[in-house]
Design a protein around this ligand. Structure first.
Ligand SMILES: CC(C)(COP(=O)(O)OP(=O)(O)OC[C@H]1O[C@@H](n2cnc3c(N)ncnc32)[C@H](O)[C@@H]1OP(=O)(O)O)[C@@H](O)C(=O)NCCC(=O)NCCSC(=O)CC(=O)CCCCCCCCCCCCC(=O)O
Ligand SMILES: NC(=O)C1=CN([C@@H]2O[C@H](COP(=O)(O)OP(=O)(O)OC[C@H]3O[C@@H](n4cnc5c(N)ncnc54)[C@H](O)[C@@H]3O)[C@@H](O)[C@H]2O)C=CC1
Length: 719
């Protein structure tokens, strides 16, 4: 809907009214078309202002309409009609002007923005391009390089940057609609010849070909297989090389391909999934909308190693007072320096002051007595964590929430060490904790809804995408990672190389293949866990039984590398070699290849040719199968939770929508068939056996991913 009123006698004010973000739904577009007609035909109206209600200009096209039969007036002619108007039209931009919202504003003759407004052509993040003239108008307005940057990344710019770039004409700290009305009064009657962006020539560097070649190369590299950024470059190239009308045709052509693509569906699924995970629920029936969080003003972090440092920084950057506790003198001194450095670098990037005074350091755990919430991040050692939780339970004031950053240990067992187990939850951050967006909030059977709500709210305040999950070994992310990692090792045993496996996964869209990622995280981390689980048997025994542990197939390859002191990047050698310890560029390592050959000989394995398809199927379907088990066990409430964890925590390519969405795109029947095939071929790998839930979903006709929650509920009720 759009409301038309006349203000200041001669200004037609058109207010978009489509809560919550004034998206351009069919009804909203019709409202604008009608209101513009009315303003233009009203002789008393000399100029027009377009604004949005409730302090937000417009969140763009209505994404919920995509994938449906779109009705109502199309955006392009609507925007052309505004641009062609002989009365000046001013966009009053408050809050956000994104996607089609900014394109609408670019069709206006002037733009006035509030200083807190954000603008962006964000379509690329949804697998699309700005197809309401955005790819043709923006380069004409601000030049090709700047437009390419905004359109291919979808990044938001502040009003100040928009002014600097020339996207807006005025920025105000006052009411933007009032200022726009004043502006509209001041330009009434003036010629609009120089204000119609579509008529501008596109300012273009002389060596267009070289520029676009370079940009295309960069975009291809960073796109990791996503097609929308490439189409964005092609559309901007059309703006730079063709007249406006032909450029528009090219824009529509490219959009038609993107609009129906699987990638666009995946990215739009992620958009809604990211918001859906905020509406968490627990098997007990507790929910986000009925559980009241408590405000946290002061928090503590116990253990200032890799994770504790990042968590302390993230808490301080949120504005909380933080008590940071570390018992080891050397770590304590080092952590103080590192934490300050991290805060200073962060502040420099954001042009703010580093919140150094927010953190107080202590080597004594008694210092946490008056905090509202504690996050424990000591070594991954149950006995140590038990002791810390016992201490915290006696030291902390009544009602303090006690959280653990454990990667995999039993949160409920830790809760049992305290007087108030209902106050205990997992807050599982990802490294580096002040950068990575994901937070798994782990509830045990005794965690109170308030504790979960508080951790979820704190995560949100910290700028994290928080997902509430149940308590099991490895929770969601790490539990699914285990079969993925193991399959990669089995593939090496059978004849693959780290280069082949990583190449297949990177081509799929992961930022790093599994072996490069392991080298980066440190091979010793998993080694310690396997030792703790009684899986590691030093020495290289030969014969098939050497590769069976606890009754199932096991690959000791990772253990053997660790025995050689090859811990990955930190030691300069792992699955790859590095120029020196700490170097980041992985290089082919002839030693590793001879080692693999020797290993196969010793174990009587004849190497076979393994192709990329087998790598993907075995690694990804093993992970997906575990995802189905997690859903079956009720550890994740729905596929969206798993997908968001993988997209934000494990660099799963967003344009593939997360593992569960990907499975639905591949087809559940196909995933089932391939898992059955691999389980038959490897009966000693129990997790390759297709999960019951997967079988039942296939039997019930493979419902689309958004119907799984409902289907799972139904299947559960039949049990
Ligand atoms: C706006 C925000 C910054 C607000 O953030 P915040 O306040 O934090 O609130 P949120 O929780 O994010 O959102 C609240 C609520 O609103 C929902 N929502 C948000 N935006 C939209 C939207 N645009 N559409 C629908 N719903 C929206 C959100 O989901 C929440 O609801 P919930 O999920 O129930 O919780 C922030 O929301 C934000 O960033 N939004 C997205 C902004 C964005 O990216 N916009 C771009 C949209 S795409 C676009 O505009 C494209 C175009 O305009 C292109 C033009 C033409 C397209 C026409 C189709 C032509 C097809 C041609 C091919 C034909 C094929 C053939 O030939 O057959
Ligand atoms: N490193 C990673 O990538 C991730 C680790 N985690 C988890 O986070 C926790 C911490 O891991 P890291 O930071 O990697 O370990 P780390 O080894 O880097 O740091 C642990 C720190 O805790 C300190 N410490 C030990 N006992 C203490 C005590 N009683 N009081 C105060 N400080 C104490 C140690 O001196 C050390 O500085 C573990 O549970 C781990 O599983 C979770 C996510 C990712």
């Amino acid at each position: 809907m759009a409301q038309f009123t006349r203000v200041s006698r001669s200004v037609g004010l058109i207010t978009l009214q489509n809560p919550p973000v004034n998206a351009l739904s069919a009804v909203a577009r019709q409202g604008i078309v009608d209101a513009v007609k009315r303003a233009l035909s009203d002789p008393k109206v000399k100029s027009v202002v377009i604004c949005g209600q409730n302090g937000i200009f417009c969140g763009g096209a209505d994404i919920k309409e995509f994938g449906t039969n779109i009705t109502g007036p199309p955006l392009v002619p609507m925007i052309h009609a505004i641009e062609a108007s002989n009365k000046p039209v001013v966009a009053a931009i408050e809050g956000s002007a994104f996607g089609g919202g900014l394109e609408l504003a670019l069709g206006c003759h002037y733009r006035v923005a509030h200083s807190k407004a954000k603008l962006g052509l964000t379509e690329v993040t949804l697998g699309l391009l700005p197809a309401a003239g955005g790819t043709q108008r923006l380069p004409r307005l601000i030049g090709v390089p700047a437009a390419l940057n905004l359109i291919t990344t979808g990044r938001h710019v502040t009003a100040a940057e928009a002014l600097q770039l020339g996207i807006v004409d005025q920025v105000t700290d006052h009411n933007a609609v009032d200022e726009a009305v004043k502006f509209a009064l001041s330009v009434a009657g003036k010629s609009l010849d120089a204000r119609r962006i579509s008529t501008y020539p596109c300012p273009c560097p002389s060596d267009v070909d070289a520029l676009f070649e370079e940009v295309m190369q960069k975009v291809r590299q960073s796109a990791r297989g996503a097609i929308a950024p490439i189409a964005c470059v092609q559309a901007v190239r059309a703006a730079a090389t063709l007249p406006y009308s032909q450029g528009m045709e090219r824009e529509q052509e490219l959009m038609a391909t993107l609009f129906t693509s699987g990638q666009a569906r995946a990215l739009q699924y992620c958009f809604f999934a990211q918001r859906a995970v905020g509406r968490w629920s627990m098997p007990s029936g507790a929910r986000w909308d009925t559980s009241k969080p408590r405000s946290i003003h002061k928090a503590a972090v116990i253990g200032l190693g890799t994770m504790g440092r990042g968590i302390a920084v993230a808490l301080a950057q949120t504005g909380l007072s933080v008590v940071a506790v570390e018992t080891q003198e050397k770590q304590f001194m080092e952590a103080k320096k590192m934490v300050s450095g991290m805060m200073e670098r962060g502040a420099k990037r954001h042009g703010t002051a580093p919140p150094l005074d927010k953190i107080t350091y202590s080597q004594n755990i008694q210092a946490v007595a008056d905090v509202d919430l504690v996050i424990e991040a000591v070594f991954e050692d149950m006995a140590l964590k038990e002791k810390v939780f016992q201490q915290l339970s006696t030291i902390c004031k009544q009602g303090t929430f006690l959280c653990t950053n454990t990667s995999a240990l039993d949160v409920d067992h830790l809760a049992s060490q305290t007087r108030n187990p209902e106050l205990v939850v997992g807050m599982h951050f990802f490294a580096p904790a002040h950068v990575m967006k994901l937070l798994e909030v782990v509830y045990g059977p005794r965690s109170s809804p308030q504790a979960v709500a508080t951790a979820m709210q704190l995560g949100k305040k910290m700028g994290k995408v928080s997902v509430a999950v149940g308590n099991c070994r490895g929770f969601v992310g790490n539990r699914m990672l285990k079969p993925y990692l193991e399959q990669a090792l089995f593939l090496l045993e059978e004849g693959a190389t780290p280069e082949l496996v990583d190449g297949a996964l990177e081509e799929f869209g992961f930022a790093l293949g599994v072996f490069k990622m392991s080298d980066l995280s440190g091979l010793d981390v998993g080694w310690k866990v396997r030792k703790g689980d009684g899986l590691v048997e030093p020495g290289l025994a030969s014969g098939p039984s050497a590769r069976i542990r606890q009754g199932r197939r096991y690959s000791p390859l990772g253990d053997l590398l660790c025995e050689q002191g090859r811990f990955g990047q930190k030691t300069g050698q792992g699955w790859y070699r590095y120029d020196k310890p700490g170097s980041r560029v992985p290089r082919y390592d002839p030693w590793l290849h001879s080692f693999l050959e020797e290993y196969r000989t010793q174990h009587g394995i004849v190497a076979r040719r393994i192709d990329q398809q087998e790598v993907l199927e075995r690694c990804l379907y093993a992970l997906i199968n575990e995802g189905f088990r997690i859903l079956e066990d009720g550890i994740a409430a729905g596929p969206e939770d798993i997908d968001i964890i993988y997209v934000f925590g494990y660099s799963w390519p967003r344009h593939r929508g997360g593992p569960m969405f990907y499975a639905s795109m591949v087809g559940l029947a196909k995933v089932l068939e391939r898992l059955e095939h691999y389980h038959q071929a490897h009966p000693d790998v129990p997790y390759m056996q297709p999960c019951n839930l997967l079988r039942r979903l296939v039997a019930s006709g493979s419902p689309p991913v958004h119907k799984w929650k409902e289907a799972i509920k139904k299947l559960r009720s039949q049990l």
